[in-house]
Write a protein that binds this ligand. Structure first.
Ligand code: IPT
Length: 991
């Protein structure tokens, strides 16, 4: 007999799978401090740690649940899909770290003499257990429960439990999810008394008929049991019923109505939480309770930066609350069943769940899928075992509306067998598996990372046909979901709005799940005390996939990244379109009306609120739109914006009253008077005097002094500056993957500037330069035309590319360095967060103040960040309130940081970034979009930044203490009256 870690079989000696529930039968938690010893191999571990009298007093202590690698034993390994051991199934290397765990526990005197069960909710990856020296059995299936009957071995008083856990096993071949490899008893361990005649398991069926409003309820049990749900007038009735319930309130993610009650026999009482709902695919559309639903979802791994996948209740509740607060309505439990409490919280607070089995054989892809277990009958039992353990455990959760067989496991008969078993066991839920490419045994057509145009074709049911006409007809009739899209790695994702537009446009496109919810960074502390998050490679792994493991909408500590804020905006369940005379409000919820929301409006002039109020909005039904008159305010002399926010009218279990759900904003009117007398086009006049590049003293223009050799501005009044000069570079974002290799090959990060000439005259200074990388003959002619502008300067930068530019460029604008003391920033433009060409919708126009430090987004792997878009003006000031003021003509994009782009580019972790003695400022015309290129489609053509000839205007002047931000002067905006200010890169309509 081969050792347990080399077996195709999933386990031995386990009890049949069943659901998780709360019972009044005694339960003893065995969580806590256990004795622990890690051995580098099974051989080194020696005899099992089973003996009652084994002296473990010199073993370490380990917190259970927990991973040993996160408690100082062994090291985490991160690979995305490559197996960190030879692909040699079902065998794993001799170097198989083995953790022996022992716990001495007392069975209280009150413990009944009934049967007893020992339950493990999750052990990674393969374990055997002994109680009081007697073997109980063994199991694989890390994220699934295993129960053993311990009736014969449990003693009154002192008991000794021993568990041997192998890091690697045959099961590891089925658990190649893209996450840290972390081992141990990472979910709860408990001892359960099982009263004779108790409730071993139960299955709730609670259908909802949306035509009649009636529910149909039955609760099946192996032994007859009595059901009580007082709210439904059911008291001690036979569970099996069935019962027709009139006028029942259905369960949905939007209104998670649970009817709580109990089920009892003479010896046991258990809790039930019933949610009435019916899931069905009707005419090719996925419906719940007769209504089409749209997933505004995320893929959720379980993660905590210190505890790994050993989550506690607070973590899980925080996740559900955060998701609800960010308008997310659905979770795919990528790629394994979560801790059971998570699903109970989804039932209670309302999230649709795609519950996915603990199965992924992705590493076989690396070897051409040779030997993939999915199509090998020797693995059949393990596949079916995993599915049954998930379905039986989670079957009573109304939140679970789809079963997912696996992730990225190729194709094969074992998957088909799982689907068939599941369909028989639970016909009430559709079945999903993305990699069933022909969708032969699934009920939902699902793909990942498809580009917008392919989703559009699927929406029209016009996707390319399959070769088998029957399979094609079947697939063409299925609803479609993007089970993964929008790779949220680092800065991004972009293009969320384009996908959402397709989900709105095509009934068949029923939303998707962003990859992914949370960055899986591991918290570490540098020797100087500063904290940071580690990623792949930081633990000396021989194979790893770097920071591909930090690709979430939320940072490892659950702080929302700009991607989360953007996603919240794009998926908002109410669309508020503000127009000159009216506000158009569309209910995009699947089920509920808008009576739970209050619509508050705010009128800002030059970014300062001048009036507020509440719009009277009727209880708009799902899918409907109303037009409400916009508040009429007199147009002043400055730019005015109307913002309408939909906020919670009362407290909800997931957020307090006043929480903002959605908003819309529009520029109501810029100054009616056309701009007058602005010298913003000095290009026409020709200079009369010329300074050569080698002239000794620098030319001057008013309070400004320029460098004679480079032609660069070096002083404005009292302030010493470096620059500005043309800049094309950004520290590549993760989504610049592939493109950034071209940028580097062409040397965009090492541009050289050559002064052609400085010409002065007519009160202007014209600095002509050529900017180009070494080794290449392409370049840019950059002409800086400086003219006096009040007590400052107006700069007109003309950019004329030369040669072949075969790719979009990262950015186009100016960089400069200003004294480090100027660290207080105020601006009028989009904010408060960053915004990019294809990810700006969450940033609203307003007046904001932050320090330079606060403007940084701490991406776990440092990269370009912090761009504030559509900035009309910005000031950078020091402690005395004096500094610089920049003004756009009409707008610019502002990035300010305590380090340079080069520092950012070189840094691997946040702690590598150390403030310099300058503030580095970028004033950009535009940046290239973000896209999803780290794992998916890149930037859409309309958001690419092509190096075309352009002219960019911006002014700079000294800012004195007490100047204030200043209202937007009427002459600052080149935009014509009553049209929104736009830049080349921003499209207000979102089209
Ligand atoms: C896809 C995986 O399903 C997911 O687990 C994760 O690895 C994601 O990619 C990238 O972060 S599979 C990929 C081959 C598209």
């Amino acid at each position: 007999m081969s050792p347990i870690h080399h077996q195709y079989a999933p386990g031995f000696g386990r009890r049949p799978a069943r659901s998780v529930f709360s019972s009044d039968a005694p339960r003893l938690s065995l969580n806590g401090q256990w004795r622990f010893r890690l051995s580098p191999s099974v051989a080194a571990a020696g005899a099992p740690p089973a003996a009652v009298d084994l002296d473990d007093s010199d073993w370490d202590l380990l917190t259970v649940p927990g991973h040993w690698q996160l408690q100082g034993h062994g090291k985490p390994i991160y690979t995305c899909c490559t197996f960190p051991f030879p692909v040699d199934p079902p065998y794993v290397p001799d170097e198989n770290p083995t953790g022996d765990h022992r716990l001495v526990f007392e069975v209280p005197a009150s413990w009944p003499e009934s049967a007893a069960v020992l339950r493990f909710d999750g052990v990674d990856s393969c374990f055997a257990a002994w109680l009081n020296g007697e073997p109980l059995g063994w199991s694989t299936g890390s994220r699934l429960p295993a129960e053993f009957d311990v009736t014969a071995h449990l003693r009154p008083g002192r008991n000794v439990l021993a568990v041997r856990v192998h890091q690697w096993s045959a099961g590891s071949y089925l658990e190649d999810q893209d996450m840290w490899w972390l081992s141990g008893i990472f979910r709860d361990v408990s001892l359960l008394a099982r009263p004779a005649g108790g409730i071993e398991d139960f299955s709730v069926t609670a259908d909802y008929d949306h035509r009649t409003g009636r529910g149909l309820l039955r609760v099946d049990t192996p032994v007859p049991a009595l059901l009580s749900i007082p709210e439904l007038n059911l008291v001690d009735v036979p569970g099996a019923g069935p019962y027709e319930v009139d006028a029942v309130q259905p369960w949905s993610a939007e209104r998670p109505r649970l009817y709580r009650g109990t089920l009892r026999t003479d010896t046991e009482r258990v809790e039930v939480a019933v949610g009435f709902r019916t899931v069905a695919v009707v005419d090719g559309i996925l419906t719940v309770n007769g209504r089409r639903i749209v997933f505004r979802g995320v893929n959720r791994h379980e993660w905590h930066p210190e505890r790994g996948r050993a989550l506690i209740e607070d973590d899980m509740r925080a996740d559900v609350l955060l998701l609800k607060q960010h308008n997310v309505n659905a979770v795919r439990t990528s790629h394994y069943p979560p801790h059971p409490r998570f699903l109970a919280l989804c039932d209670e607070l309302g999230l649709w769940v795609v519950d996915e089995c603990d199965l992924e054989t992705h590493g076989f892809c690396e070897v051409g899928w040779r030997g993939n277990p999915s199509d090998d009958p020797r693995w059949r039992e393990a596949y079916l075992d995993r599915m049954a353990r998930m379905v039986e455990r989670d079957k009573n959760h109304p939140s679970v509306i789809i079963w997912s067989l696996a992730n990225e496991s190729g194709s094969g008969d074992n998957l088909r067998a799982m689907a068939e078993w599941t369909r028989r066991r639970d016909p009430s839920r559709p079945i999903h598996y993305e990699h069933d490419l022909d969708s032969r045994y699934v009920d939902v057509y699902s793909r990942m990372y498809l580009p917008v145009d392919e989703v559009d074709a699927i929406g029209r049911r016009a996707e390319p046909p399959l070769s088998d006409p029957d399979a094609d007809a079947h697939r063409r009739g299925l609803p479609f979901i993007l089970v993964e899209y929008a790779h949220a790695m680092g800065n991004g994702p972009g293009n969320l709005a384009e996908y959402q537009a397709l989900f709105d446009a095509y009934p068949r496109c029923q939303g998707g799940f962003v990859w992914e919810y949370l960055d899986h960074g591991i918290r570490r502390t540098h020797e100087d005390g500063r904290g940071y998050f580690a990623y792949g490679g930081d633990f000396g792994e021989e194979l790893h996939d770097g920071n591909f493991v930090v690709d979430g909408l939320f940072f490892p500590d659950r702080a929302p990244s700009p991607g989360a804020i953007q996603y919240k905006k794009v998926i908002e369940p109410v669309r508020v379109d503000v127009d000159a005379g009216q506000v158009r409000i569309t209910n995009r919820y699947d089920m509920v009306d808008l009576s739970h929301l209050e619509f508050q409006w705010r009128w800002d002039e030059a970014g300062t609120p001048v009036a507020t109020g509440v719009l009277p909005v009727p209880a708009v039904l799902s899918g409907q739109t109303v037009l409400v008159a916009a508040p009429a305010l007199p147009h002043g002399a400055v730019e005015a914006y109307l913002t309408v926010s939909a906020v919670l009218a009362g407290d909800e279990p997931w957020a307090p009253a006043g929480h903002e759900v959605a908003w819309g904003q529009a520029q109501m009117c810029p100054p009616p008077v056309p701009p007058a007398g602005v010298p913003d086009t000095p290009a026409g006049s020709e200079p009369t005097t010329s300074f050569g590049p080698t002239t000794g003293s620098g030319p001057r223009l008013g309070a400004a002094e320029f460098d004679a050799v480079t032609g660069r501005l070096r002083r404005l009044g009292d302030l010493v500056l470096t620059g500005p000069q043309l800049d094309l570079w950004r520290a590549p974002v993760d989504n610049d993957r592939f493109l950034h290799e071209q940028w580097r090959a062409y040397g965009l990060h090492r541009l050289r500037h050559r002064l052609i000439g400085v010409d002065a005259g007519d009160g202007q200074l014209v600095v002509r330069t050529r900017v180009a990388p070494a080794g290449r003959d392409l370049g840019i002619l950059a002409t800086y035309r400086w003219a006096p502008d009040d007590d400052g300067l107006l700069l007109r930068l003309e950019v004329r590319p030369e040669g072949e530019w075969p790719f979009p460029v990262p950015r186009l604008g100016l960089r400069l360095a200003v004294p480090a003391a100027l660290r207080d920033v105020e601006w009028y433009g989009r904010g408060p967060g960053e915004a990019y060409a294809d990810s700006w919708q969450a940033a609203r126009v307003g007046r904001y103040a932050m320090t330079v430090e606060q403007m940084q987004t701490p991406y776990v792997r440092p990269q370009e960040n912090g761009c504030r878009a559509d900035v009309r003006w910005a000031t950078l000031t020091g402690p005395d309130g004096a500094g610089l003021r920049f003004e756009g003509r009409p707008v610019f994009q502002l990035t300010a940081r305590p380090w340079s782009s080069e520092d950012l580019d070189a840094a691997r972790h946040t702690i590598d970034l150390v403030p310099r003695d300058a503030v580095h400022v970028n004033l950009d015309l535009a940046q290239h979009g973000l896209g999803s290129g780290s794992c998916g489609p890149g930037v859409l053509a309309q958001y690419e930044l092509r190096p075309d000839p352009v002219t960019f205007l911006v002014s700079v002047r000294p800012h004195r203490a007490g100047d204030g931000g200043g209202a937007c002067r009427s002459d600052q905006h080149a935009a014509p009256p009553c049209t929104p200010a736009t830049t080349v890169a921003y499209n207000e309509s979102g089209d």
